[in-house]
Write a new protein. Sequence first.
Length: 319
Amino acid sequence: MLKFGIHDFINAQPILASLREMGEWIKLDIYSGTPACLAEQLNEGKLDFAMIPAIEYLRQAETLRLLPGISIASRNQVGTVLLVSKYPLKAIQSLAVDNRSRTSVALLKLMFKDDFLPNLKWVDCDPNPEKMLQEHDAALIIGDPALGFNKAGTTIYDLSEEWYQRTGKTFVHAVIAAREGVEIGERIVEIFRIAKQEGLMKIETIARTQARKTGLPETLLIDYLKNKIRYNLGAEELDGAVDNALELIDRLAQSDRVRQSIIRHAFRFYLGRNEMLSDAKTLRDADKAYLSSGGSCLLYTSDAADEEDSVDLGGRRII
């Protein structure tokens, strides 16, 4: 049984809650921990695959394999990656950083390197915003403690917002990666795609549960999970600016993600229902047929089509 690690921050709950609801049949041992801890356990071979800080994946991209289609990301303001400072940035001498993540620290050093003193003291701290700011000039606060955080007399910088304003790019907080030698088949990819899909349909329920658990306003959590956090991992060909509509159309036409989305929507149209895990083989076969036919998606009844490349859709066939 594969060992999977995932942090239990609020932003991971749509995925984590869905996986747990699926039960034992997914054949995964699920472990939780901080993002930094999960990265270490994956590197040590204690986990087979895990949700880890994006920076950790980039550092080991040659040996880690990325699970497609899923991440935790944000575009513009997110509210859970905050630099809170009591003084102008040029004047701070000590900066407390949350010891649970590394992507945010790397991003902070990258974006604000010209704003900090050369001898700035970086101090790893437990995630206690009040104590961090009591003992240091500024603090990097991440995750659930940052949600709704506000303190009089401080200046707050949202790192996701800063990143988007400076680059126009999405800020990827975490990705799911497998260590070298671990076989992550299409079954696992499909499990996580369905977990993501079902989790996004239950955001209100998840927000209500987390509000009771944390004391945070339910409306804040709904807005955070529905409007601030993004759970897709888009294809590289869709990243970056395009010069005109024709170039955008061309990129979309070449995207694997777009093609697979077309297949799934064709499936839903023909069968009148959403796909399930048991439909994974049918979807893969439909994708192969779509590619081999040069993009044709013709509908036939099962009585009218026995072609080799046709795909049985429960009484209908897609070629």
